[in-house]
Design a protein around this ligand. Sequence first.
Ligand SMILES: [Zn+2]
Length: 318
Amino acid sequence: MGKYSIGIDLGGTKIIAGVVNKETGEVVGHAKKHTKKEKGSDIVIQRVFETVEKAICIAGIPINQIDSIGIGAAGQVDRENGVLIASPNLNCFDLELKRILEEHFNMPVKVGNDVEVATLGEMKFGNGVGYNNFLCVFVGTGIGSGIVINGQLMRGANGTAGEIGHMTVDGGGRPCECGAYGCLEAYASRTAIEKRIKAELRRGESSLITSILKEDDYANGTIRSSHMKKALEQGDELVISCINEASDYLSSGLSSVINFLNPEAIVLGGGLVDSIDYFYDIIVKKTKKKALPTAVSSLKITKAKLGDFSGVVGAALL
Ligand SMILES: [Zn+2]
C-alpha cells in the first residue's frame, strides 16, 4: 500500500488533479486545466490523462508510492461500476471512467459525485472536522451540497440527497436546467449571475466586465468568478447589484435549510465563495438574519478550508 493517492476533481469548467498524502490530506503536487466549451467524452478523458500526468510529474513522488485514484465528477454517477451516467455540463453520457482510467494508469479507480467527495474532503481534513451534523454547500457553475448526519454522508434513498440547488426559491420563476421553475441554482449560481449580467449588458447597461473579458485571452466569453471579483473591486455597479440579488436568494435557501435541519455548521465553498469575499460576507450576514434565532445561536458558518482542493482531497480518500 502506498501512502499517496491521486484525487481528481472533474468539474463543469475545470479539472484539478492532485497527489494527496492520505494520512495528512496534504496535496503534494497538483495540476489544473480548464475544460473547453465543446467537451464530449474523448476530450474530457484526454484532458484528465494530461492533468493527472502533470500532477504526478509536479509532485515528484515515485509512482510505486501511489496506489489508487479517486475521481469526483460533476453529474450523476454509478458508484458501483464507476460510470459517469450523465453530465450535461461536460456533455458526457455513460462514460466508463473507472474502466478507462484503470486501463491507462494500471491502478484501482473509484468514482463519486463531485459534491459528495468535496464534502468528504472537508469532513476529514477541512472545516467539517469536529462536527457530526453539518452541511457543505458549494456555489459555482451550479449549487450543490453534501449533508453529514451523525458523522455519515447522507445520500438519500437513491443518491440524490443534498440537491440544494434545485430547492424552489421562487415558485413559477426562472426556468432551471432540471426542467423545473424557480430553483435556487437559477438565481445564485455563477452561471445565473453571468446570465443576469449579460442580459443587462444587452439592454444597454454598461459595466467594466466588458473590458475585463476583453483583456483575458482565455475567457472565451465566459464570465468567471475571477472576472466578477475584479469588477467588484473597481466598484462596478452592475456586478455589485447582480451579486447582491444572488445573495438574497442564496441566503433564503440557506436559512430554509438551517430551519429544517438545525445543523451545527455550514461550510461554504465553490468558485464564487472562494474568489469573492464580499459575496461570502453578505451571505453569512443575510442568512443569520433570516434563519430562526435559536437555530442560528448554535450555528457556525465557515468557508471551506481546503478551498479549490476539497474535491481533490476527498476524491483521493475514496
Ligand atoms: Zn432545478
